[in-house]
Design a protein around this ligand. Structure first.
Ligand SMILES: [Zn+2]
Length: 88
């Protein structure tokens, strides 16, 4: 299987990401198949994006608000990384 991003090298890294409201309730699963180089970039990009976006979280948020915001954030990261892979 070729890397989803560069379509040049063999995919050596297989990432399965689960999304849901809790550990028991997974609403979506995303699988990524990447070569080593793209896998590293993927990791870097998603961490950077998460850091960037989580800076918008407010300290004075209630627990429920924060949980909802984190849920939204995970969806955003997933969307961002899907775009990132297809964006080459
Ligand atoms: Zn690649």
């Amino acid at each position: 299987m070729l890397c989803e991003r560069c379509q040049l090298r063999e995919a050596m890294i297989h990432i399965t990401e689960n999304y849901g409201t809790s550990r028991d309730e997974i609403t979506a699963t995303t699988k990524r198949h990447l070569c080593e180089a793209c896998g590293e970039e993927y990791q870097r990009e998603s961490e950077q994006y998460l850091k960037q976006q989580s800076s918008h979280l407010q300290a004075e948020m209630s627990k429920a608000e924060r949980a909802a915001a984190m849920q939204q954030l995970r969806d955003d990261v997933r969307q961002h990384m899907t775009d990132w892979i297809s964006r080459r």
